[in-house]
Design a protein around this ligand. Structure first.
Ligand SMILES: N[C@@H](CCC(=O)N[C@@H](CS)C(=O)NCC(=O)O)C(=O)O
Length: 221
């Protein structure tokens, strides 16, 4: 059984999860693999005790253990899962289409998960009175100026970024998760709104949905 190491906590405003680790949970669910979630205390994520650094040299989540194999970095893990557990396949077959899927994933990692999303997401790990509202508003503006027009443009009339659901869409499911907690107004972006709702409708989203408790999202047998 695969073990996913991550950080997840329940709050009155929903269950919050590491965005990068959520990418991995979605792929494990999409592939129907058996896995178990091991949750690290957020304090350890920042203090980086030696036993944690021994597993992930950067002291980040996610990392997975698949038997005696240890793999870190959500993109690397998902590529590993795709190659090791090939059915159902989550990548297009032609090299140029595979490159397109990787570019969409790279955009999500850099412009969203590292770029504009943390400023909106991190404050939710604190009570409302301790949140930096200015930082949150700046992040929302960043998403409106960059990622959301990109999604709108890239989708065109397609249901998913590469036509069918692929690894390209997985990171955007984490955007869907954060914007659900934030009740973000997507009125200006009807294509992106429909896309994010489509992603929320996939059964794999239940493993990362803010409405799913920790007890209900600890893995699959
Ligand atoms: N590129 C890495 C990024 C991992 C990452 O930044 N994870 C966050 C949680 S979502 C983390 O562990 N942050 C703690 C830190 O940066 O020290 C991946 O995709 O796995």
């Amino acid at each position: 059984m695969i073990v996913v190491h991550t950080t997840e906590l329940e709050y009155p405003w929903g269950t919050l999860r590491s965005t990068n680790a959520s990418k991995v949970k979605v792929v494990l669910e999409e592939k129907g693999l058996s896995y178990r979630v091991e949750r690290m205390r957020p304090g350890d994520l920042w203090k980086k005790p030696a036993e944690f650094l021994a597993k992930h040299p950067l002291g980040k989540v996610p990392y997975i253990e698949d038997g005696d194999r240890l793999i870190y970095d959500s993109t690397v893990i998902n590529e590993y899962l795709e190659e090791q557990y090939a059915v159902p396949g989550l990548m297009p077959s032609a090299p140029i289409d595979r490159a397109a899927a990787r570019m969409f994933e790279n955009y999500c990692d850099e412009a969203i998960l590292v770029g504009d999303l943390p400023g909106l997401w991190m404050p939710y790990w604190s009570p409302p009175e301790k949140r930096d509202l200015e930082r949150m508003e700046k992040s929302r503006a960043g998403l409106r100026n960059r990622a959301l027009p990109f999604i709108e443009r890239s989708l065109g009339k397609k249901d998913y970024l590469c036509g069918e659901f692929t690894l390209a869409d997985v990171g955007y499911m984490c955007l869907a998760m954060v914007l659900e907690v934030d009740a973000f107004d997507l009125g200006e972006f009807p294509g992106a709104a429909a896309y994010l709702e489509r992603l929320r409708g996939r059964p794999s989203y239940l493993a990362i949905s803010p409405a799913t408790s920790l007890a209900e999202s600890s893995g699959r047998p």
